[in-house]
Ligand binder design. Sequence first.
Ligand SMILES: *[C@@H]1O[C@H](CO)[C@@H](O)[C@H](O)[C@H]1NC(C)=O
Ligand SMILES: *[C@@H]1O[C@H](CO)[C@@H](O)[C@H](O)[C@H]1NC(C)=O
Ligand SMILES: *[C@@H]1O[C@H](CO)[C@@H](O)[C@H](O)[C@H]1NC(C)=O
Ligand SMILES: *[C@@H]1O[C@H](CO)[C@@H](O)[C@H](O)[C@H]1NC(C)=O
Length: 243
Amino acid sequence: MPNPRPCLLLLMLSAAASAISAEVNFTVVNNAADTIGGKRFERRIGADYSCQAMSTATNFIWDLLEQTTSFGFGTNTTTSERRDYSNVTLYIEPMDGADGVSAYALGNSLHISANYIGNYTGNVKKEFTGVLYHVLAYTWMWDGEGEAPRGLSSGMAEFVRLKAHYAPRMVGGSPGRTDYWDEGYGVTAMFLDYCNNIKDGFVAQLNAKLKEGYSRGYFRELLGKSVDVLWQDYKSKYQMDRP
Ligand SMILES: *[C@@H]1O[C@H](CO)[C@@H](O)[C@H](O)[C@H]1NC(C)=O
Ligand SMILES: *[C@@H]1O[C@H](CO)[C@@H](O)[C@H](O)[C@H]1NC(C)=O
Ligand SMILES: *[C@@H]1O[C@H](CO)[C@@H](O)[C@H](O)[C@H]1NC(C)=O
Ligand SMILES: *[C@@H]1O[C@H](CO)[C@@H](O)[C@H](O)[C@H]1NC(C)=O
């Protein structure tokens, strides 16, 4: 019987706002303790570290998405409502990885493959932390009531990982040579980063809009240009920067 390890995150707000506090419980369950990857998880990463990282990452994501409830001088600076989960559980799973899936989130339950941890060459703790930021972003982000393109969601999650400085080195690949802004992962993350540099907080505002549904028009509403024009601008810029 695996032993879940609860770890409490308490967001302490200013005294004036003490009634509005968010509390999330994080739990880690190693369902793969008898596999090589599961043992490597215990040795190189551990439940205590994972729990702490989930808490740190959650604060980072709320901040990036401008969903931190902060009432400095009585001002509500929150851009959008965040998802209402009181607990998040991470499962280290003995997935066989045949379909290439190393990690996924289903609502507030996160799953990371022990085989992936077992097979990873390099700094496994850093890689694990990056994967954790990516899947945890799914937990907290809105998805346009399920209408958002999958590539946009994976790109937003990878944008979070990029901003947290846990992105893999090859993030973005060769955006100048891809055709689709919503190809996903690193390609879309780098494009979103470009958009976010045009207007700070763009991704947070896009996420806020995704609470109600999805439309390509959100890009024009927020940045004054269609997503296709922005993508062309981005590709031209990329090609100029990298002749
Ligand atoms: C803060 O603003 C957000 C977004 O407008 C809103 O959803 C939330 O309810 C507000 N919180 C309070 C305590 O007023
Ligand atoms: C965890 O959160 C889910 C969804 O918010 C809820 O259904 C479940 O009862 C919670 N579990 C515990 C142990 O609090
Ligand atoms: C978190 O876990 C602690 C200890 O198990 C429990 O007392 C508390 O009610 C939980 N909080 C939430 C929001 O589920
Ligand atoms: C590597 O992955 C394969 C299949 O995905 C798995 O059978 C094997 O046990 C893994 N190796 C380690 C050391 O975890």
